[in-house]
Write a protein that binds this ligand. Structure first.
Ligand code: HEC
Ligand code: HEC
Ligand code: HEC
Length: 396
């Protein structure tokens, strides 16, 4: 007992005397993993001065200033105020935060990591910037309601390590469930904007895209991806199975591409051990007429890059057969890529490789629906049919 107490004391003592520069560097890496800047930085010349407007089903919320300006930032906060904000979603004045701030994930963070992030933020220049108040639809603008939200939906508490699993798996779990908040996009939400815990990582719409399943579902999940495939994708945005072109490209550019190799592997190991999840929808195959109509469009517009057999070109054009995002129950991301093309995507392409053109003006709703249905069901793929209405609803 004494030895344990002594050990605890020594730990605290050494934490208190940690080299400040090291502590700040560690905090910077943790803030990168948590992608704090993705929401709190809009101008790279003024990091963490706040300002990104985030659209939610309930209205628009602006991410606040996290610099140490005393009036408009968090300079007047105590370490404990900061810890409570991240772990409980509670402001120093007792008000509750909206859960677009991923505190339902950050609640899993250990104290030392929270303090390191705080040290890093405190090392940045203070910027005076008062951000706009949230603009939310009635009754969501009424913060006291969030007390009820937290009571019902927030599950506070640290990440619980599983002694039966490897240290790597546990590190991966801490990053995926906690700091990396992958479920904030990849887990479907209920009517109140809370993640459905029983449907974790089964895919969800986010910002006009579909964030696919990350469980081990055979067609539309990560079953066919190896640990190395996942690491490559998170490091570069490309691998032998898929290329990013949507919101994930930004997460990769700002966050995962900068993580240490060991952390990426830990994330991959954890994801590969997620269960297969609920089975995928049984599909009634599209009619021959639809497949022929889709193949005609494909032969005219897509074949030059994606090839007749859909295999594309390694590292340049991603393969369509077996592609998980393409076979997602929800075709939204596929339709986005075809309608908008990928010239605006961040960090996807091999050097000198051309982006995919936008087809919104070249093809009708029906043609886009047909070619989407075709690639979702050719070459052994299987996914629900896409209708012209599905395309019309999301046209730019
Ligand atoms: C997905 C966007 C997003 C990410 C990622 C994010 N935040 Fe935030 N954060 C917000 C929003 C939005 C608010 C304001 C919530 C509200 O007004 O209820 C907020 C509020 C905060 C606050 C309270 C500030 C205040 O003035 O009251 C702190 C502290 C904070 N975030 C820290 C962090 C840290 C540290 C990270 C990374 C580990 C992070 N956030 C990642 C969106 C985000
Ligand atoms: C000029 C070459 C080119 C043409 C033509 C083209 N694509 Fe692409 N496509 C790409 C590239 C390259 C990517 C990967 C994104 C990137 O790197 O910009 C891609 C990505 C995709 C994806 C996403 C794959 C994934 O991994 O998630 C789909 C689906 C797709 N294309 C379908 C089509 C369809 C359907 C057509 C015809 C209507 C088409 N493409 C025409 C080059 C092309
Ligand atoms: C801001 C929302 C968002 C966050 C946060 C996010 N993702 Fe994604 N992710 C997406 C979207 C949307 C896609 C679809 C492809 C795209 O955007 O290019 C995707 C695609 C992926 C894919 C490719 C799957 C496939 O079948 O093609 C993997 C793997 C992935 N994400 C892993 C992660 C991990 C691991 C984390 C946490 C560290 C994470 N994502 C956090 C939105 C997000």
């Amino acid at each position: 007992m004494r030895a344990i107490l002594l050990g605890l004391l020594l730990c605290t003592a050494s934490a208190a005397h940690a080299d400040p520069a090291e502590e700040i560097a560690r905090g910077e890496m943790l803030a990168t993993i948590g992608d704090c800047g993705g929401c709190h930085t809009t101008d790279s010349a003024r990091p963490f001065a706040g300002g990104k407007r985030i659209e939610t089903p309930f209205g628009t919320i602006t991410a606040p200033n996290l610099t140490s300006d005393r009036d408009t930032g968090i300079g007047a906060w105590s370490d404990d105020d900061f810890r409570r904000a991240l772990r409980e979603g509670v402001a120093p004045n007792g008000a509750r935060y909206y859960p677009v701030f991923p505190y339902p994930h950050f609640t899993k963070l250990v104290r030392n990591d929270i303090l390191a992030i705080r040290s890093y933020l405190a090392s940045l220049p203070a910027v005076s910037n008062k951000v706009a108040s949230p603009e939310l639809r009635f009754p969501y603008g009424y913060r006291p309601l969030l007390r009820l939200w937290n009571y019902v939906f927030l599950k506070p508490g640290l990440f619980e390590p599983d002694q039966g699993k490897s240290a790597e798996w546990n590190r991966g779990g801490y990053l995926v469930e906690g700091l990396g908040h992958c479920g904030a996009c990849h887990t479907p939400k209920n009517l109140f904007g809370a993640e459905k815990r029983r449907a974790a990582y089964r895919g969800s719409r986010v910002a006009g895209w579909f964030a696919p399943r990350l469980d081990n579902a055979p067609r539309s999940g990560l079953k066919r991806w190896s640990v190395d495939d996942i690491v490559d994708y998170l490091k570069t945005g490309r691998n032998a199975k898929s290329h990013t072109a949507g919101p994930m490209a930004e997460v990769i550019a700002r966050s995962t591409s900068k993580m240490e190799a060991a952390d990426l592997r830990a994330i991959a190991v954890y994801l590969k051990e997620l269960p297969a999840g609920s089975s995928e929808a049984t599909i009634s195959p599209p009619s021959d007429a639809t497949m022929i109509a889709g193949q005609t469009v494909y032969a005219r517009a897509c074949i030059s890059c994606h090839q007749a057999d859909g295999t594309g070109a390694p590292g340049v054009t991603p393969p369509l057969p077996g592609n998980a995002l393409l076979q997602s129950g929800d075709p939204l991301s596929t339709l986005r890529v075809v309608l908008d093309g990928t010239q605006n995507a961040v960090m996807t392409r091999a050097p000198n490789a051309p982006p995919m053109p936008a087809y919104a003006r070249e093809l009708t709703d029906q043609q886009i629906a047909d070619v989407a249905t075709y690639i979702r069901n050719a070459w052994g793929n299987a996914a629900p049919t896409v209708s012209a209405d599905d395309v019309r609803r999301i046209r730019p």
